[in-house]
Design a protein around this ligand. Structure first.
Ligand SMILES: CC(C)(COP(=O)(O)OP(=O)(O)OC[C@H]1O[C@@H](n2cnc3c(N)ncnc32)[C@H](O)[C@@H]1OP(=O)(O)O)[C@@H](O)C(=O)NCCC(=O)NCCS
Length: 148
């Protein structure tokens, strides 16, 4: 990818699914967040997340973010809805060029317009994603989980 290549962020449509599936299927092993094992295609088929965007560069889709504005899943606030980010992925060849950040920003701006907070769940020990969300302006929320 050349440094001056333009990146366009737009809403995802059904027609983007094969390409999104292709990007998703290449993310395996350490590359894939342990907290996000579901395939993008299945997530789309079941939930059809309304707040989903893709990034286009050099004439093709190179990244995606799947998410939705949903209700009180985890009781984060008795009355509030939140913009939940379910999955973000960028084609390996296009990573570290700010595309992930642009996708998150588009999602966040839409949350702002709808007056809801943007949220994402990750593993406590996932340093890479902690860095990513920190760099995107996210701060730690109030949810924790218990296990026995
Ligand atoms: C996570 C992902 C979407 C980031 O996409 P990207 O386009 O490379 O991200 P950006 O270039 O916008 O990077 C934003 C910031 O995230 C952090 N970051 C991204 N990739 C990183 C890596 N491999 N290691 C450490 N920090 C990383 C950095 O802070 C980076 O900012 P910097 O380049 O100025 O240091 C991409 O790495 C990916 O598809 N990963 C596999 C799928 C995945 O785990 N998705 C779940 C995300 S919740």
């Amino acid at each position: 990818m050349t440094e001056d290549a333009e990146v366009i962020i737009r809403r995802m449509t059904e027609a983007d699914l094969p390409r999104v599936k292709g990007i998703d299927s290449l993310m395996t092993g350490e590359e894939r967040a342990a907290s996000w094992p579901v395939e993008a295609e299945k997530l789309w088929a079941v939930y059809r997340p309304l707040l989903s965007f893709v990034a286009e560069c050099e004439g093709k889709v190179v990244g995606f973010i799947l998410g939705d504005i949903r209700g009180v899943d985890y009781g984060t606030s008795a009355s509030s809805m939140s913009g939940w980010i379910d999955m973000v992925g960028v084609d390996l060849r296009y990573q570290r060029h700010g595309i992930g950040r642009k996708l998150v920003e588009a999602f966040y701006q839409e949350c702002q317009r709808n007056q809801v907070r943007a949220r994402v769940l990750i593993r406590e020990d996932d340093q890479r994603l902690k860095k990513l969300w920190g760099a995107a302006g996210f701060k730690r929320g109030k949810l924790i989980d218990f296990e026995r």
